[in-house]
Write a protein that binds this ligand. Structure first.
Ligand code: ADP
Length: 263
């Protein structure tokens, strides 16, 4: 709490009163410490791949790893972590744009099923590698009023996570339900799920349930923060439902293009 005080004086310069102003700084402090934490997280996330790249390059320069195979392995490390840095920077830039409100949504009537199919094309090989069955159960006639590129990214991030954290040989289902004015989408997997204490926190920037595991999977820790921002920019909401050991479901809503009066 910050208190500013001013004394009031009359014509003869006698103190006749005082004005006290109380500022509640709780919110300001909270924002400030969230900002500091974010900067610390970003630095750490950028430093990790960078130091791995540096380590590999130093070994190449030293020339101790002379065989073709050994240097090939080092170059693959450089390539992998340089890619990771690229992804991280792309995600950070996108979040910064969403934060500043500079992102203008290009709203159109969009077929959600088509967006999911496009993401399926991108991720099909990854699903096949883990024998995970992708099920696009979104009905053809479900149209949303949305920015296609942004919403494709929402589906991509959620399906990508479902494939990363899902079970080998399991299934990932993308389903939809129409309400009067919005359509609710669910991306469901049958992996380990999310513990109750983490259900809300997974949408925070850089929050991970299992740090080591998540990093191993190559994620940036920003995927769900982006999902939340994009969905909210469309006037919708997103939540995670899960029973540990039985999988996770991410549920979000978007405005319906052909809204009807009846629910
Ligand atoms: P990351 O790049 O770490 O995947 P995200 O923002 O996409 O970042 O997800 C944040 C965290 O939420 C993940 O690290 C993981 O712990 C958890 N998570 C996300 N999706 C799932 C899922 N389908 N099943 C279990 N945990 C998940």
């Amino acid at each position: 709490l910050q208190i500013n005080a001013v004394t009031l004086r009359d014509a003869e310069d006698r103190v006749s009163g005082a004005v006290l102003v109380f500022h509640d700084l709780t919110q300001v402090r909270k924002l400030e410490s969230a900002r500091q934490e974010f900067v610390a997280n970003v630095s750490h996330e950028l430093r990790t791949p960078l130091s791995l790249i540096k380590g590999a390059v130093e070994m190449l320069i030293d020339g101790q790893e002379r065989t073709e195979e050994a240097s090939g392995r080092l170059l693959k490390i450089v390539d992998r972590h340089a890619n990771r840095l690229g992804l991280l920077i792309d995600d950070l830039l996108l979040l910064a744009q969403l934060d500043s409100g500079r992102v203008r949504l290009n709203l159109q009537t969009v077929s959600a099923r088509t967006l999911v199919r496009e993401v399926e094309d991108d991720l099909g090989a990854r699903a096949a590698a883990r024998r995970i069955e992708l099920r696009n159960e979104v009905p053809e006639e479900f149209l949303v009023r949305a920015d296609a590129d942004r919403v494709r990214q929402v589906f991509f991030n959620l399906i990508d996570n479902a494939l990363k954290y899902g079970r080998d040989g399991g299934k990932v289902q993308i389903a939809a339900r129409a309400h009067a004015e919005r359509i609710e989408f669910t991306v469901r997997d049958d992996g380990p799920g999310v513990p109750p204490a983490a259900l809300a926190r997974v949408f925070e920037r850089f929050y991970r349930v299992d740090r080591a595991r998540a990093r191993e999977q190559g994620g940036t820790g920003l995927g769900l923060a982006i999902v939340k921002h994009v969905v909210q920019a469309h006037g919708g909401a997103v939540r995670c439902e899960s029973v540990v050991g039985r999988g996770a479901a991410f549920v979000f809503s978007l405005p319906r293009a052909n809204a009807t009066a009846a629910d």
